[in-house]
Design a binder for this molecule. Structure first.
Ligand SMILES: *Cc1c(COP(=O)(O)O)cnc(C)c1O
Length: 416
């Protein structure tokens, strides 16, 4: 063995790509050990909402670390968790009355699936089929992979993944096929439908309209199938509204939140649920409690960071920042769509995406070349195959945004 013992995620070490050493973050930028300022155009994998090292989040972490670092959450509680749960129930749809904590988007999805099956089990109506949408991504644990798209990412683990019902993605012009397929699958009996509202992120930044989301919700209601919204990526303003579901007037039975929950500073997730989900598990019978926990459930420092995130949403012009960024990106995307090498240029809220040529999938040979190209130009972009996308922190200024899009134009001209 030579070099670092670190084994990186989603990284092919055999390619010997350089791995930059980052020492500091500030606002929309990262600073490296060799003194480069890198624009973080993907919010450090979709988590950093207000910018790196927001002073208010840093202060909350520091303050909480001095008081209470960690406490068992089974049968014990603490103020940061209580305050966060109150804050979340106040800002999220009123029907979502219960907050269950975990540590990552993947675990929030596992929790959602277990809540759904626990609900049906408690009702003595053991439904267990989960419905999903093609091209979805819900995380990398076994259950989360099971409800996500199958492919090169999870082929070796296929024997471990459980069977699900898959409805097609509602591509423009083919929306009715999706709705018909969901209607059929729900009529055949299912426990729950899990979906990423409006944007399928890791599946290639695929957008579909709010009207389809609303229709899908209505179909689930008609058949009594639980509706799980995975807003791990779309939540916290990414699509222009606090939740993507908002744009469709949809309230899910179960809501998964993580990534921007702490402003992207420390890991934390919540699975919010309506009262019937909670009631199904509430009893004097200990065999019916919700059997899920992890050591760091509702870690006080993480909860304090999330409370600071809520305070920022309350006190700072976050919505205005998002709207300004959305407008700025939409203008730049419109300009890019004129280039002949570009297809599918689109934007929604703070997310902008386009395909280079016709798009050749995640393992496109161009992807590693593109990543290196951007890295050499001090812009952090990580294409999904031939899909280039931008998802910057909300504090990103016009100069940085200009630079990001100029580098993308250069890449289109070089590789398109
Ligand atoms: C990132 C993501 C997850 C997984 O979250 P992790 O914190 O990486 O486990 C789940 N669902 C969606 C929609 C995501 O974008």
């Amino acid at each position: 063995m030579s070099g670092s013992p670190v084994w990186h995620p989603f990284t092919q070490h055999g390619l010997g790509e350089p791995i930059p050493l980052v020492t500091r973050g500030e606002g929309a930028a990262l600073h490296t050990a060799d003194d480069r300022r890198v624009i973080d155009a993907i919010s450090s994998w979709w988590v950093t909402t207000h910018g790196h090292n927001h002073p208010r989040i840093v202060a909350a972490i520091r303050d909480q670390a001095e008081r209470l670092d960690q406490i068992i959450f089974a049968g014990w509680t603490h103020e940061p968790a209580e305050a966060l749960a109150r804050g979340l129930t106040a800002i999220m749809p009123a029907e979502l009355t219960r907050v269950f904590f975990s540590d990552s988007g993947s675990t929030s999805v596992e929790v959602a699936l277990k809540m759904a099956l626990g609900y049906w089990h408690a009702r003595g109506e053991p439904r267990d089929r989960i419905l999903v949408m093609a091209h979805s991504y819900h995380g990398d644990t076994i259950g989360a992979m099971s409800v996500g798209a199958r492919g090169v990412f999870n082929r070796p683990y296929a024997p471990l993944l459980f069977d699900v019902g898959t409805i097609p993605f509602p591509a423009a012009g083919a929306e009715q096929a999706t709705l018909d397929s969901l209607e059929q699958a729900c009529a055949a009996g299912a426990a729950a439908f899990i979906v990423e509202p409006l944007v399928l992120g890791a599946g290639g930044m695929l957008f579909y309209p709010p009207s389809v989301l609303a229709e899908m919700r209505a179909i689930c209601v008609r058949h009594g199938v639980l509706f799980i919204a995975d807003e791990v990526m779309t939540g916290w303003g990414r699509t222009g509204t606090l939740l993507a579901c908002e744009q469709a007037g949809v309230v899910p039975d179960i809501l998964c939140l993580s990534k921007g929950l702490t402003g992207g500073a420390v890991p934390l997730a919540v699975t919010m649920a309506t009262e019937p989900l909670f009631e199904a598990h509430r009893s004097t019978d200990r065999a019916r409690m919700f059997f899920h926990s992890s050591s760091y459930t509702a870690n006080p420092i993480a909860c304090a960071a999330a409370c600071a995130n809520l305070a920022i949403w309350r006190d700072e012009p976050v919505r205005e920042r998002i709207a300004a960024l959305a407008t700025a990106q939409a203008e730049r995307v419109a300009a890019l769509s004129a280039l002949p090498e570009v297809s599918g240029a689109r934007s929604l809220g703070t997310i902008a995406a386009l395909e280079l040529g016709e798009g050749a999938g995640y393992l496109s040979d161009r992807a590693p070349l593109l990543m290196a190209f951007f890295r050499e130009r001090d812009v952090l972009l990580r294409p999904l195959g031939d899909t280039l996308y931008v998802m910057p922190p909300y504090c990103t200024g016009a100069d940085d945004l200009d630079r990001v899009f100029a580098v993308i134009v250069e890449a289109v001209e070089t590789f398109g």
